[in-house]
Ligand binder design. Structure first.
Ligand code: NAD
Length: 447
């Protein structure tokens, strides 16, 4: 089923509803009071969490939960009136009825448990991308959000940009004919995503730094010793916690194609890897990957191939690009039967037909998609809460997009094998081992 068909089938149940946080609609005339602020609790306040809080600072930031006081220091200084917590379960127990909406910006492996706790309490949720660390978690989060009718947003902020809208309108206007193949990828942070050189470094015990609750950082994952290699930032290169380059970037880089073509899930996926043996390196990610996703023909599109390149692998230079112009390194080249579009990351930044002569001759298409003022992704969610509509990259959309990266992470563990994916049944048709990687193993006490 195409994604849009799925959405329209469940639209009455999911998108037609009017849910507005009670706190926000308390004005006497029944309209949202312009002065009432949405009360936000944040889980994960350093790094991206702090940046998201900056985008929500006009609301009431009432609670800040973080397992590391050093990382939370910046947000705590900015929002001194917020109550602070180390365990989000304590935050909900104490302030459950004083929070309308929740930001989750922890590392990927704790998104699902934190988001579920928020949704169970009926809170609207903004969760960083990728929506979770595994496909089974993404599915259960999507389901929970539908059942509780909460307003959700995944943190692929380019989705609120003007560029992504222009890209869709260009494709829909027939600028490149029928899309047949997309080369996408990312060449950022190579030595963060590939940590294989650290393989011999895990023999010594390290003291847990003061102010860090390591068990709470691990959350649902089996216990393992703290190591300074993991924090901050580098956890994304360890397969237990982070989603590697593709998991981190697919929600930014493939968002334009996914939206414009209303893509369903791939039916087959094949990974080619560099410098990586899954029998030895399963804890890590490869130095380079080339991953081919095959999408079956639908009523709207013919069969489409998306080929992902990262690390030591680069997006091939399109022959349509003039000499002297730089090829895209983090972004995509979208090939159609009648032309090529090249764009960057985070919502098709710098979207152009190539060669430039084609772009110059091209008449900008009519605007079909309403713009998000200022391209402000956090405000899109906050406005959606006030208006009782879904946000642009809600869990149905952003979750499905995240699944593409999560499929790739499984394919990396089965290099060279063409895995056939049955999205509806949530299983691979031809690989029992790959099927064991769809759902994570949680330790006792976590579900
Ligand atoms: N949208 C974007 O452009 C973008 C950019 C960077 C990161 N991200 C995403 O944001 C998320 C966080 O990434 P980051 O780079 O900010 O990581 P980080 O490690 O720098 O920050 C994570 C924060 O969460 C806290 N934390 C960790 N576990 C926690 C828990 N169980 N409960 C409460 N707090 C916890 C940490 O102490 C830290 O303050 C990731 O999912 C990442 O993919 C998105």
């Amino acid at each position: 089923m195409q994604r849009r068909q799925f959405l329209s089938k469940s639209a009455a149940a999911t998108f037609g509803f009017q849910v507005v946080a009670s706190h926000v609609v308390r004005a006497q005339d029944g309209k949202p009071s312009p002065n009432s602020k949405i009360r936000i609790g944040a889980i994960g306040c350093g790094g991206r969490g702090e940046a998201n809080l900056d985008g929500m600072k006009d609301e009431a930031i009432v609670a800040l939960c973080d397992v590391d006081e050093r990382r939370a220091a910046g947000a705590r200084k900015k929002f001194p009136d917020a109550k602070t917590f180390v365990d989000y379960r304590a935050m909900f127990a104490e302030m459950g009825d004083q929070i309308d909406a929740v930001l989750v910006a922890t590392p990927d492996h704790t998104h699902a448990v934190a988001v579920h706790a928020a949704i169970e309490k009926g809170k609207h949720v903004y969760c960083e991308k990728p929506l979770a660390k595994s496909i089974a978690e993404v599915r259960s989060m999507r389901q929970a959000a539908l059942e509780k009718k909460v307003i959700t947003q995944v943190g692929n902020q380019g989705h609120s940009s003007d560029h992504i809208r222009l890209f869709c309108e260009m494709v829909w206007s027939g600028a490149i004919g029928e899309v047949t193949e997309v080369h996408a990828g990312c060449d950022a942070f190579k030595n963060v995503y590939c940590q294989i050189d650290k393989i011999g470094d895990f023999t010594q015990q390290h003291e847990i730094p003061a102010g860090l609750d390591w068990q709470q950082w691990l959350g649902p994952l089996p216990d393992r010793p703290y190591h300074p290699h993991y924090l901050p930032f580098n956890w994304r290169g360890y397969s237990a916690y982070g989603s590697g380059c593709i998991g981190d970037w697919v929600c930014h880089v493939l968002d334009p194609t996914f939206w414009a073509l209303d893509l369903a899930m791939p039916t087959a996926i094949t990974a080619e890897v560099q410098g990586y043996d899954p029998m030895i390196h399963a804890e890590f990610y490869p130095a380079g990957t080339r991953i081919t996703f095959e999408f079956a023909a639908t009523e709207k599109n013919g069969p489409i191939k998306i080929i992902w390149h990262d690390g030591e692998e680069s997006i091939p230079r399109p022959k349509e690009l003039e000499e002297g112009r730089n090829p895209v390194r983090t972004g995509a080249v979208v090939h159609g039967t009648e032309g090529v579009i090249m764009h960057g990351s985070h919502g098709a930044g710098g979207c152009r037909l190539i060669p430039e002569a084609r772009m110059k001759a091209f008449e900008r298409p009519e605007q079909k998609i309403p713009r998000v003022p200022g391209g402000h992704h956090q405000k899109d969610w906050l406005t959606a809460i006030r208006e009782g509509r879904q946000a642009g990259s809600n869990f149905e959309y952003g979750g499905a997009l995240s699944e593409i990266g999560l499929l790739a992470m499984i394919a990396i563990r089965r290099p060279g094998k063409r895995l056939e994916w049955d999205a509806q049944a949530m299983q691979f048709k031809n690989d029992a081992l790959a099927n064991t990687l769809i759902k994570p193993v949680y330790r006792a006490g976590w579900a």
